[in-house]
Design a protein around this ligand. Structure first.
Ligand SMILES: Cc1cc2nc3c(=O)[nH]c(=O)nc-3n(C[C@H](O)[C@H](O)[C@H](O)COP(=O)(O)O)c2cc1C
Length: 212
């Protein structure tokens, strides 16, 4: 049995392409894997807090030195990390906002990148100070964009801080098996958008089919 963590980061409802596509992905996955389980987190509608001074003090302190107040400060982060580590497969819907991820998604990343939990910090091992702790996972990211041309070789490649950022930050924690599904051209609509949605659906069918 495999456990999926399904996360949406778009604040939009029915008009969100990333939300619609992650829903379709997970529904198709569950039809093909009847025993698999899913946890859902909606960052677009229910954002997690930003880190603050108490959070930072708690996160970078040995657990046995934390006061009850500092345990409180890190409590939500611990719950989010527990939820993150419990999954085998991640299905994320993350729009491109100003060439990167929505701030709600960045707030989530800041909550789950945790020394001692998702990444180890070993300052004496100078060749390898950070060691990933989230291993043997698989991730699918549906990225919706208003425009196109952000792929390698595209006219906006150098402005793409979305895909490279997610590859870097999840790779930092150990998740390297990451597949992107792009829905582009929301700002243009019409056939350009329709073709992109069709391509995304075809890719989802192929991906889900390849894991049966
Ligand atoms: C605040 C904001 C910033 C955006 N920045 C970009 C951008 O940098 N590049 C782009 O191609 N589209 C950009 N868009 C368009 C969205 O990526 C596009 O509408 C996408 O479909 C949103 O995802 P959703 O359909 O899942 O809500 C932006 C939209 C918003 C609201």
């Amino acid at each position: 049995m495999t456990h999926l963590l399904h996360i949406d980061a778009s604040p939009r409802g029915d008009r969100s392409h990333s939300r619609r596509m992650t829903k379709e992905f997970v529904e198709k996955w569950q039809q093909a894997h009847l025993r698999d389980t899913v946890t859902y987190r909606d960052l677009g509608r229910n954002p997690v807090p930003h880190v603050d001074e108490s959070w930072i003090a708690a996160a970078f302190m040995a657990p046995d030195r934390r006061t009850p107040e500092l345990w409180d400060a890190i409590h939500i982060s611990d719950l989010l990390v527990d939820e993150f580590l419990a999954a085998d497969i991640y299905v994320l819907g993350v729009p491109m906002y100003n060439f990167s991820v929505p701030s709600t998604f960045k707030a989530y990343i800041d909550q789950i990148v945790r020394v001692g939990r998702t990444v180890a910090f070993e300052p004496n091992d100078t060749a390898n100070v950070f060691k990933p702790l989230v291993l043997a996972k698989k991730m699918f990211i549906v990225e919706a964009r208003g425009d196109s041309g952000f792929q390698p070789g595209g006219q906006y490649e150098r402005m793409n801080f979305h895909d490279p950022y997610l590859l870097t930050v999840f790779g930092f924690m150990g998740i390297t098996d990451i597949t992107f599904i792009h829905v582009e051209n929301d700002e243009y609509g019409g056939q350009k958008l329709a073709d992109s949605i069709t391509n995304a659906r075809t890719q989802i069918d192929r991906l889900v089919g390849s894991y049966t």
